[in-house]
Ligand binder design. Structure first.
Ligand SMILES: CC(C)(COP(=O)(O)OP(=O)(O)OC[C@H]1O[C@@H](n2cnc3c(N)ncnc32)[C@H](O)[C@@H]1OP(=O)(O)O)[C@@H](O)C(=O)NCCC(=O)NCCS
Length: 146
């Protein structure tokens, strides 16, 4: 059973394990630490039986930036990422954001498909964004308010 809650400092060891296993250029502990305390931020973990199985970091008001999302490899394709993203979109809607955006490697087709399911569309390419020179695809979701 998965539950979603705020990220806390004592989660960082497990968060960093997933981060290092997932990304070639992982975030440092200090990045997560400052985001935990950001007033305009959303920093959440997905937990199963007291183990962190995924996390999401977002911030911003009018434009919300999904800065980081990852799910532990053995927990992918089971709806954890969807639940984290659902919370991020609730956060954006709650503060009347106009849009949500993120960067994704042009080669990361699985993540791009995942984002499209929520309505994100590619808007432009940021050349050489990643440490290995790879381009980032910027994907954006416009939020409509009555
Ligand atoms: C991208 C990522 C966060 C998605 O998280 P996830 O937990 O695997 O996502 P979900 O399980 O919610 O959805 C993934 C797929 O599983 C399917 N799925 C969702 N719930 C499911 C369930 N209960 N059972 C089986 N499949 C399910 C979805 O239909 C989705 O299909 P898609 O491939 O067509 O998008 C995760 O794969 C990940 O950490 N990848 C590596 C890191 C990464 O690329 N991060 C993004 C960098 S920009």
């Amino acid at each position: 059973m998965i539950s979603i809650r705020r990220m806390e400092e004592q989660d960082l060891e497990q968060v960093l394990q997933i981060e290092h296993a997932t990304f070639p250029n992982p975030w440092r502990r200090s990045f997560f630490l400052s985001d935990i305390h950001r007033p305009d931020g959303l920093c959440i973990v997905a937990e199963n039986e007291n183990r962190v199985v995924g996390y999401l970091v977002a911030w911003g008001r009018v434009e919300v930036h999904i800065a980081n999302i990852a799910v532990a490899a053995e927990w992918r394709n089971q709806g954890v990422g969807t639940e984290l993203m659902r919370r991020a979109l609730e956060f954006a809607a709650g503060q009347q954001a106009e849009s949500v955006f993120l960067e994704v490697r042009v080669s990361n087709l699985g993540a791009q498909r995942f984002y499209r399911r929520f309505g994100f569309v590619p808007t432009y390419v940021r050349r050489g964004y990643y440490e290995n020179g790879e381009d980032a695809l910027i994907m954006e979701l416009a939020l409509l308010h009555e």
